[in-house]
Design a binder for this molecule. Structure first.
Ligand code: SF4
Ligand code: SF4
Ligand code: FES
Length: 351
């Protein structure tokens, strides 16, 4: 079995494992972000470039480094390979470039976006994004359209990751949408709006890493961090029936599939469970769901926060924003300090 070293952690992995999968086996902060790769979707990955890493040694047989960053979700591990992710300032700079590129046309209208709080792009922008844009041209904009009676498409927010297309191809029994056109006029569309009607189409919403595909039964009902995730299940003839209910008091505001620490769906669910079962009596409640992602979605669920790690992250971000001139970033610094104090208080109150 090939051995690979990622950010100084060595691991032996099965033949054919990609660098991203190997990093996930190690776990923790060394795992590259992934906006288009999705374990459950065949052929996913290779579109967004957020998962790039630096290969400083190709293999034991051929130790030459790979001269350019490679996408970790599509590059297979070789025996003796050495990879740098968080340990390479050069690579982090390249990733900042990728994020800047992803945000060129993106509105970043998080305050009014349903995905806020559980958005991979929001987290990525926070970790690697610039405070301002250098882009001077007109941004692409699109009208919002209904691509079915249950799903609304905000194409302006789409990053063309192709995950929803792969869900439609692989999970539903007929695909009626896809990426039309190419280059800077590429867009997700159905040709004729309002045609996505399929028992499993709601899974497209779950795999969308941004707020481009939204649940029309939940839109604008609540910020996601004001809802409480609860694990529940029911007998269902179409799917596993195991879901996460997002509740406010006794009311079920939305139903989603359960997601793992990489924000990937554990098991697909059908539209009946997702959209038509918002009565609490239809469910057997298992208990509160633990949220693993580091995001505002964990608001009111402060657990095991390592304040020293947070301090390092705050310092890194200030530096990444060109923070030699701290005055220029004073409001950001004050915000971070306030957040840290709030977290400290929350932790102390738990002790
Ligand atoms: S998709 Fe994400 S980054 Fe974009 S506006 Fe919505 S929450 Fe913000
Ligand atoms: S709509 Fe969402 S899932 Fe589909 S390509 Fe765009 S970002 Fe990806
Ligand atoms: S996650 Fe690897 S290219 Fe998108």
């Amino acid at each position: 079995m090939p051995k690979v070293t990622i950010d100084n952690h060595e691991i032996e992995v099965p033949e054919g494992t990609t660098i991203l999968q190997a990093a996930r086996m190690i776990g923790g902060d060394i795992v590259p972000p992934a906006m288009c790769y999705y374990t459950k979707l065949e052929g996913s990955g290779g579109y967004c470039r957020t998962c790039i890493v630096k290969v400083t040694k190709g293999s034991e047989k051929d130790p030459r480094p790979i001269p350019k960053p490679v996408v970790s979700c599509r590059t297979t591990v070789m025996d003796g390979m050495v990879v740098e992710n968080t340990t390479s300032e050069e690579l982090l700079k390249a990733r900042r470039g990728v994020v800047e590129f992803l945000l060129i046309n993106h509105p970043l209208d998080c305050p009014i976006c349903d995905q806020a709080g559980e958005c991979d792009l929001q987290d990525l922008s926070y970790a690697h994004g610039l405070a301002s844009t250098r882009y001077k041209f007109r941004r692409r904009t699109f009208e919002k359209i209904d691509i079915g009676k249950l799903i609304k498409l905000h194409m302006t927010r789409c990053i063309l990751c192709y995950r929803c297309v792969k869900v439609a191809d692989q999970i539903t029994n007929n695909r009626v949408h896809g990426v039309l056109n190419r280059g800077d006029v590429a867009e997700i569309s159905t040709y004729i709006s309002n045609v996505i009607e399929n028992d499993f189409s709601g899974n497209m919403i779950d795999v969308c890493p941004v707020g481009a595909l939204t649940d029309r039964t939940f839109r604008f009902k609540s910020r996601v961090w004001f809802t409480k995730p609860i694990d529940a299940h029911r007998e269902c003839s179409k799917c596993c029936g195991r879901v996460a209910l997002w509740m406010k008091g006794d009311e079920i505001l939305r139903v989603t599939a359960r997601k793992n620490e990489y924000h990937e769906v554990e098991e697909w669910i059908c539209n009946e469970c997702r959209f038509e079962s918002k009565d609490k009596n239809k469910w057997i409640i298992e208990g509160p769901r633990h949220i693993t992602r580091k995001s505002v979605i964990s608001q009111n669920h402060y657990e095991n926060i390592d304040l020293s790690k947070l301090q390092i992250e705050v310092t890194r971000q200030i530096k990444a924003q060109g923070g030699k001139d701290i005055k220029e970033h004073s409001s950001r610094v004050q915000f971070e300090e306030k957040s840290m104090k709030a977290l400290e208080m929350a932790q102390n109150s738990k002790r």
